[in-house]
Design a protein around this ligand. Structure first.
Ligand code: ADP
Ligand code: MG
Length: 807
């Protein structure tokens, strides 16, 4: 009997697992068979296969087959069949994959002579530049990071020297991982920074990994309509490939080359660099276009733009007739806009055989792109990547911001020259980190050499952005504190050290509650590895992860979920509908959004009156001067009020002075109105602790909205000082964001979820009975940000179809 031969617990567990596995297997088999054209396993499926094999082995071990009940035997049999089937797929797939991979893999002789020479030098242990460098590194590593015990006497004295600067108990203990993820990548020896700086622009161009493949790449583009291009960050995809195309006639007849970027900063920065390389003024032949800023002209033939801008171009030019090549860059980012572009471009490529489509991505999952674009070939640019040693903390860090600051200083005083890159999640964090670093440096004074602290994030003025690219003066060290933008979009040369706290800001959406929030979450392992890779571009580097090796393995997701899977689809639906795409359920998404999210979006738009009962766009005419302003102010996203650390009291007083009855929307309106009355003055902003840049942006948004209203002939009128119609209009737009005061906080009307007024709100102390929130954010609690007080009777008035059954 089974019970006698195995322990009871083990048996029960196996039973449980069998049950779960059964459910699972019902799902995989059809999945495996679904696409007959595809005969290889996806990564997920391959993982499932591994699980399956482990399960079968377990069960075979636990029970000898003859002791199984009839049902268990059948299950085991079923699993074995499944395994065999999956194995067949895997075998066939491996072959095909290999073929596909090899299609464009470049032979050794193509690589530049310099790479080969440098590489020869590398493996000789102890000798050569690399050997010395490693030896030195080993010493310092054992000195501070506890990877090895101190073996040499002299080290102790040196350690004491450092202790004067950094107290031991405030230092972070790092442990080295036994395996660096880049072990198998191609190594080559260090190209000294000084050498890079001396090179002329053309020399730099020639030294980039993509350069030797110029001709092959152009040939491949000529032969295939759609080509996927994969290459390590910094290999020259974004800056070089468009130039290759320009140089070989893709602009004949005034045709344009377009290259999309998920981020505004990247589009601007890259365009500036390319204009410089080509030797033209930015905005002439080479330009960029981002929302509210069109830096192009009649002459522009190479246009960098955000993915959102190219989507907009579909509105005026549905077949992109003026483009000969469209490059969808940073495809691995899988932003919402990029994902939609995939579907649209795949579609137009069918009836525009002359259009070339390039899908460029960092070395991540490029087979998925190939698969989506009907098995388009993948062109791999062999990367140049130096080994990166990974260090983890021994224990989790409670305050990662402080940990970053300490790590930077630790690196600065203990490590050989080389710049440092820190990844944080947003502007606020970055500013705090920079302030802390500068303050600590000031205190340390001449005890340490110069540390240049440079921030980079989306809202940073462009002259400040450009600073991160300027070479580090000798004898000092540069530390760039960046958002995700430095992960793959921007390449900063000279980085040897990376500090990765392991977080990023991510939009997440709960289709059930309809709640969208921007939350700081652990980044994915794929992101973490990209970040680490930034340390190995010019020489061997180090990456300090401010989390444990265990967390990396067990707490992080394998890869980032595409944005389309975690966003409110309202805007997508409106956009696609305005492009005349009505059947959204069958739109060719690479990863379709969850069905319920799509349905919810349609429902909401219908409830708002933006779609009619046929699902067609309507003209909504509920608008006034004031609402336009409020919408514009809300769109700049909580960056209106400025609160410098050393003037907190002044700033809070200034903010208090703007408070008017009604709620935060009214406060925002008040701020804008006063600013307008000051003649849009910078000085006024400064005196009132208001961020001028945000206000300017709000003004741009407002003008754009006004222009749109004008175009569809909706009259913009004012409520003449009466605040009720304004609040009613907000209610009409946001009635599904209603919350009602109840014991211990507020409850959302829709889902009875407990939420709280954000302490920053003007209504924080008043706590009115009914209110409407603009957004929910989760920090320490579920907070409502930007709230407005309403009268519950308005709900029935503005959204009867929605509230009739609820009251
Ligand atoms: P990829 O797109 O493959 O990641 P890029 O084309 O962005 O690579 O970058 C290639 C090289 O161009 C970088 O290594 C860097 O040296 C240089 N570069 C890119 N942008 C700038 C810039 N704004 N300033 C100076 N150099 C830059
Ligand atoms: Mg790039």
């Amino acid at each position: 009997n089974i019970m006698e031969r195995t322990d009871k617990k083990g048996y029960e567990e196996a039973q449980k697992r069998l049950k779960m596995a059964e459910e699972d297997h019902k799902k995989i088999l059809p999945e495996l068979r679904k696409e007959s054209r595809r005969n290889y396993l996806s990564k997920r499926e391959a993982e499932k296969l591994e699980d399956l094999e482990a399960e079968i082995a377990d069960e075979e071990y636990l029970f000898s087959t003859d002791a199984l009940t009839e049902r268990e035997r059948k299950e085991l049999e079923y699993k074995r069949n499944l395994r065999d089937l999956a194995k067949d797929y895997k075998k066939a797939g491996a072959k095909e994959k290999e073929e596909r991979k090899n299609r464009y893999y470049m032979p050794e002789e193509k690589r530049s002579k310099r790479d080969m020479e440098l590489e020869l030098e590398m493996p000789m242990e102890g000798g050569g530049e690399q050997g010395r460098w490693e030896e030195e590194r080993l010493k310092t590593a054992s000195l501070i990071f506890g990877a090895k015990k101190e073996r040499e006497k002299g080290l102790k004295a040196e350690r004491e020297k450092y202790q004067l600067i950094l107290e031991e108990d405030e230092m972070i203990n790092f442990v080295s991982s036994d395996k660096s993820p880049c072990d198998n990548e191609q190594y080559s020896a260090a190209l000294s920074q000084a050498e890079v700086q001396k090179q002329s622009i053309q020399e730099v161009r020639r030294s980039l990994p993509v350069f030797p493949y110029r001709e092959d790449l152009l040939l491949a583009i000529q032969q295939h309509q759609i080509l996927v291009i994969e290459g390590e960050t910094g290999s020259g995809k974004t800056t070089q490939i468009p130039q290759f195309l320009m140089e070989s006639g893709y602009n004949d007849g005034g045709m344009k080359i377009g290259c999309t970027q998920p981020r505004r900063v990247a589009a601007m920065s890259v365009a500036a660099r390319v204009a410089q390389e080509v030797g033209v003024k930015l905005g002439n032949e080479v330009g960029y276009s981002i929302r509210f800023e069109d830096c192009t002209s009649e002459r522009t033939v190479l246009k960098y733009m955000t993915d959102g801008m190219l989507l907009r171009e579909f509105l005026t030019e549905p077949d992109l007739a003026s483009y000969s090549v469209v490059i969808i860059d940073e495809a691995h980012e899988r932003t919402l806009h990029t994902d939609i572009l995939f579907g649209l471009i795949k579609d137009i490529a069918r009836f525009r055989p002359d259009l070339k489509v390039l899908v460029a991505s960092a070395t991540l999952d490029t087979e998925r792109f190939s698969c989506f674009f009907d098995d388009a070939p993948v062109f791999r640019i062999p990367g140049r990547r130096f080994p990166v040693d990974i260090f983890y903390t021994k224990a989790p860090e409670a305050d990662y911001l402080e940990a970053c600051v300490v790590s930077v200083l630790q690196i600065h005083v203990t490590q050989p020259p080389g710049d440092c890159l820190v990844f944080l999640t947003g502007q606020e964090e970055i500013e705090t980190c920079c302030e802390l670093l500068q303050e600590r440096c000031r205190r340390l004074g001449s005890k340490i050499s110069e540390l240049l602290v440079l921030p980079i994030y989306a809202n940073l003025p462009s002259d400040m952005q450009a600073k991160i690219f300027s070479p580090t003066p000798p004898g000092s060290r540069k530390v760039v504190v960046a958002t995700n933008i430095a992960e793959t979009s921007l390449t900063i040369d000279g980085i040897i050290y990376v500090i990765d706290p392991g977080f990023c800001k991510q939009k997440s959406y709960n289709a059930r509650t309809g709640m969208e929030s921007l939350i700081v979450t652990p980044c994915s392992r794929a992101s973490a590895n990209q970040r680490a890779g930034r340390a190995g571009r010019v020489a061997a580097g180090k990456c300090f992860r401010l989390y444990t090796a265990w967390a990396f393995k067990h707490e992080m997701e394998e890869s980032t979920v595409p944005e389309i899977q975690r966003t409110n689809l309202g805007n997508v639906v409106l956009l696609l509908k305005s492009l005349g795409i009505n059947d959204l359920i069958h739109f060719d998404f690479m990863d379709p959004p969850p069905h319920e999210t799509l349905v919810l979006a349609l429902e909401q738009l219908y409830a708002l009156g933006a779609l009619n009962h046929l699902g067609e766009l309507t003209k909504v005419t509920y608008c006034s001067e004031e609402v336009l302003t409020i919408a514009a102010m809300l769109s700049v996203n909580n960056s209106i009020f400025y609160r410098p650390k050393d003037k907190v009291v002044h700033a809070d007083n200034a903010r208090q002075n703007f408070v008017v009855p009604g709620g935060d929307h009214m406060v925002l309106l008040n701020v804008y109105t006063q600013w307008l009355e000051s003649g849009y003055s910078t000085q006024w902003c400064y005196e009132n602790f208001i961020q001028f840049r945000s206000m300017k942006r709000a003004r741009d948004v407002r003008e754009q909205l006004e222009g749109l209203m004008d175009r569809i002939e909706v009259e913009v009128c004012s409520s003449g000082g009466d605040i009720v119609p304004i609040r009613k209009a907000v209610t009409a737009g946001y009635f599904y964001h209603t919350a009602r005061l109840s014991k211990g906080g507020y409850k959302t009307v829709k889902h009875q979820q407990t939420v709280y007024v954000h302490p920053n709100s003007s209504l924080f102390e008043e706590q009115p009975r009914w209110l409407i929130y603009h957004e929910l954010v989760f920090t320490t609690k579920e907070f409502m940000r930007q709230v407005i007080e309403i009268d519950s009777s308005w709900l029935l008035e503005v959204a009867p179809h929605y509230y009739k059954n609820k009251e």
